[in-house]
Design a protein around this ligand. Structure first.
Ligand code: NAP
Ligand code: HSE
Length: 432
């Protein structure tokens, strides 16, 4: 470990985010030293290919030996490689060696968070990952520190820029999913393999991290119900629009105090056009936190990109470095509450359901009977067209997801119902 007159920093990864972090450390050295109380010294930058020059990073700092750099005993190791392995082993080695760790890796924290926190605890060092959720937007520190005296009941928002960009273009230009995705890839918003973004996995990892911090309960990726946007059609978006909604991919984490349970999910959701989340366009992110004493808080900004993400990494780095200078450490996330993580069947949501039906006497009563038998209360019904292919659009009150699924299965068996053509959850704004 270095002297307290400097803080050594080992950087694992020199890509989109890593290169910006290195640039900021080197360009802002004087200010950072004043804020930390000692200069930061970059000891190395691990990459796969050290023959390629990286703008702003001195070539002599590049190394392909990430394992040696991670275990070098630097005061702070910054992990910006991504993915669960080898990043996980590198972070574990750094923590064991007594280095504080800063990471932007949501996949790693959602999957191995418990183990890594335990290692940080044992070594008495910091483990920060503000950049892992919604890039530049401060969310984790507000949950960990600023709201630690309050009771958070719900966290919901848009935490994936790629899908928000795609849904915005589909909504505003009437374009179909495949052509907007191709556009997003050409512009560099979406990866060549966009699966993690469009199937909701990226947002699910972020939701797991948010829920863990908000409800003091360990939530992993396995505890998050996840549906992406690949099956959202231009017709779904047009229909939502007509009814005064936009479709957004929301991450929702809710706490039920009475049962000490949490529900965490990611799915396309109809959001009323006058709700603040409806006006979050393109690749921006926005998150609401609802807390008992604080009320509603909204956080908005850039959820991705090299420089915005590096801003969050630098914030963590300065905090961890200050602690090294002071010989102290900050709080790690607590999971004392240990609430039950509910399966999706037990989540409570409201729906818009659209059915094609026979327009003859008694059909509406039979359909209403199916809802009633399954304990699902109808909030409103609208009929469009007549004859064999009349369309009924039913809005439900909040109901158990399991009861909604049973309702749909029974409706599909009714002779009078040709097809359940649309099924979309609606944002419950009662709590916000
Ligand atoms: P990236 O551009 O792919 O950079 C990854 C870096 O890691 C590259 O420099 C790569 O080396 C290096 N690397 C990969 N495997 C390695 C290994 N085994 N040993 C040594 N070096 C290795 O990724 P990124 O976009 O910067 O993302 C980094 C992290 O930030 C990820 O966890 C990501 O989820 C997170 N994040 C990114 C964004 C964003 O907008 N990009 C936003 C929020 C969070 P080469 O350069 O030689 O290939
Ligand atoms: N791929 C993510 C997004 C950025 O589209 O928001 C990194 O978390």
């Amino acid at each position: 470990m270095s002297q307290a007159d400097e803080v050594t920093v080992a950087l694992l990864g020199g890509g989109t985010v890593g290169a910006q972090v290195a640039r900021l450390i080197l360009e802002n050295a004087q200010d950072l030293a004043a804020r930390v109380g000692a200069p930061l010294r970059l000891t190395g930058v691990a990459v796969r290919d050290d023959s390629r020059h990286r703008e702003g990073i001195p070539d002599e700092l590049l190394t392909t030996d990430a394992a040696a750099l991670a275990a070098s005993g630097a005061d702070v190791v910054v992990e910006l490689i991504g993915g669960v392995e080898p990043a996980g082993e590198l972070v574990a080695a750094a923590l064991e060696r007594g280095s504080s760790v800063v990471s932007a890796n949501k996949a790693l924290m959602a999957e191995r968070g418990a183990d890594l926190h335990e290692r940080a605890e044992q070594s008495g060092v910091d483990l920060y990952y503000e950049a892992a959720v919604a890039g530049a937007i401060p969310l984790l520190r507000p949950l960990l520190d600023s709201l630690s005296g309050d009771d958070v009941s719900r966290v919901l928002g848009i935490v994936n820029g790629t899908t928000n960009y795609i849904l915005t273009k589909m909504d505003e230009e009437g374009a179909d999913y495949a052509s907007v995705l191709a556009d997003a890839q050409a512009l560099g918003y979406a990866e060549a393999d966009p699966t993690a973004d469009v199937e909701g996995l990226d947002a699910a990892a972020k939701a797991a991290i948010l829920a863990t911090l908000a409800f003091h309960t360990r939530v992993t990726l396995a505890g998050v119900h996840c549906e992406g946007i690949s099956s959202v059609t231009a017709a779904d978006i047009a229909a939502a629009h007509e009814m005064g909604f936009v479709i957004k991919l929301l991450a929702i984490a809710e706490y039920d105090q009475a049962n000490n349970s949490v529900s965490v999910r990611v799915h396309p959701t109809m959001v009323p056009v006058n709700h603040p989340l409806a006006s979050v366009r393109e690749a921006f992110n926005a998150v609401f936190i609802e807390a008992e004493a604080a009320g509603d808080l909204m956080f908005y900004g850039q959820g991705a990109g090299g420089a915005p993400t590096a801003s969050a990494v630098l914030g963590d780095l300065v905090t961890a470095a200050r602690h090294k200078v002071m010989g102290s450490r900050g709080a790690l996330s607590s999971t004392y509450n240990d609430a039950t993580v509910l399966p999706i069947e037990d989540a409570v949501t409201s729906y818009y359901m659209s059915l094609t039906v026979e327009d003859v006497p008694g059909v509406l009563a039979r359909i209403a009977g199916v809802f009633a038998n399954n304990g699902v209360s109808i909030a409103g019904v609208r009929q469009e067209g007549q004859g064999h292919n009349a369309r009924l659009v039913v809005r439900t009150h909040s109901a158990r997801e399991g009861d909604i699924s049973d309702t749909v299965a029974e409706l599909q068996d009714l002779d009078a119902v040709s097809e359940v053509v649309g099924l979309m959850r609606v944002l419950d704004t009662e709590g916000s």
